[in-house]
Design a protein around this ligand. Sequence first.
Ligand code: WTA
Length: 630
Amino acid sequence: MSEKFDIGLGHNDYTLRKQGDSDFVSFWSDQAKNLHWFSTWHKTLDWRPPFAKWFVGGTINASYNALDVHQSAKSDKPAIFWEGENGDSKTYTYGDLFIEVQKFSNVLKSLGVTKGDRVTIYLPMVPELPIAMLACARIGAIHTVIFSGFSSASIKDRIEDSKSKIVITADGGYRRGKIVKLKEVIDDAIEGFDFVEHVVVLERTKNKISILPKDKLWKDLMKTISDSCDAEKLDSDHPLYILYTSGTTGKPKGVLHGTGGYLTHLYSTFKWAFDIKDSDVFFCTADIGWVTGHSYVVYAPLLHGATQVMYEGAPDFPDVSRMWNILEKYSASIFYTTPTALRMFMKFGDDVPNSFDLSSLRLLGSVGEPINPEVWKWYYKTIGKQKCPIIDTWWQTETGGMMISPLPGLETIPLKPGSATLPIPGVDISVVDEFGSDVPPNTKGYLIIKNPWPGMLLTLWEDDEKYKNVYWSKYPSCYYPGDYAMKDTDGYLWLLGRADDILKVAGHRIGTAELESCIVSDCDVAESAVCGIPDEIKGEAIIVFTVLKDGVTTDKNILEKNLTTKIRIDIGPIATPKQIYFVSKLPKTRSGKIMRRLLKSIASGEKIGDTSTLDDPSAVDEIQKIITKN
Ligand code: WTA
């Protein structure tokens, strides 16, 4: 039996859970009433598996709910305390954001953007990033934000798939004191893309850039434009954004989220998980380029009229105390970060956080990967001083918002280090075997979601078939997230990592297939297999096995360097492998399937188990020898 921590915030309202569990449709209908609708829905859910339409007939606007609704009471309240990596800082009130967003909406219109058009945003963590997103939402354009750590080949695929009319970028962004040349990456990525009509360039670093015919400077466009732009009344299922995420195939999938359902999910979970109050200062360290940033930096806090801190740069720059420094400076009360960041902070030693006044904190969150109990306890004791609940939230790009999480803003339940506890009300989750039968308590199985929820993806961008196959084909009428999990005897869920070929490296989602297709496109490489092994800080580290083409005699050190550079250029630095091994063959089944799980076991130094389906056992002997030698 694991340890339990009885900390709640005094909320003991179990009625919502009861309502959610007995009738999730009327439950979500009630929750949606917390938002502003231009016209109300006539049907809460139109469920034609696996396609859900939430709040049919209702019209709404995300930007209106994030900004307009706060203007009478909160126009002077800080919405964003922005902290630049280089020490710059700036405060945007709800009034300031309202004006900037309306101006930029008019800029987009002046560039010919209309409802349904796609706009790619490739910006660092600067306030103009949420401003651009909200401006798109205001006029009904679909934003597609690309993480500013991705390189040009990854961006090319994403822009091509979404056929974005406009790309918004910056002259550069700061990362660990260096300037990342974002504009150069975009120039490279959109070469030959006639459908991209304009590139809007924000000056962040004043780094020298080449101005091309499609380029327009943000500051010039904003100079004389009107600051009044009404929000479009959009259907509830109007697409809000596409966010590309790695899957089990070579190409990233365009996860498409709608408006009314998504916002309802975010409004509710933010309130329940973080018990948000008007006086709170919320600080989420996620980059807006990932879903956590979309949902819990941009939309959820703004829907609530909350104040938040947004930080531009690396968590350990200029030194390892930067995060605690920011928390103290802004008296943050809620901190939401990743297990990878926590493992790194823990390694730096307790003296670092202990030399700051963190007494303003009242809640601590975690997201993106399983949090090991040791780290959970460190977070609880050293950062939270044993008075802040740890909110371990499980969810995915596809789910839109939190699905499994303690909800101290709603009810008090004992916490167990390492467990994300229970599903949110209205969501029915099971842990099942290969055949879909519930596994007994404390047994590892596959997580499945048995009913639709409002934040769920609408589909994959222009690919309904793939949407059906990837998420809804393994178990009939159930959503399959691709995670292993276990339920204990109290019904608590323990998330046990991915059950498919997706890696979670420092919380970033990377598909092994995406990496392999990048590696085999190198002219020296014949075949490749990628797997993840446990890593003390990053959770998982990337290991690459490569078979070279016949006749390649180049020095292995040079080849390793070249391949690493190729991966960093094609995908981005987040995909840098920990180790590349050169082998003469890969372990395969008799039908030719690469046995990645076997590779993972060998590379992690685990027992390799059954190898009877292996075509050529000598492949394993060779790999074992090479790994031991290293
Ligand atoms: C993993 C991030 C354990 C999981 C919001 C999921 C977690 C994938 C947790 C989605 C958690 C996320 N505990 N594992 N609290 N949260 N995961 O799309 O494997 O980047 O399927 O969304 O992260 O990653 P994504």
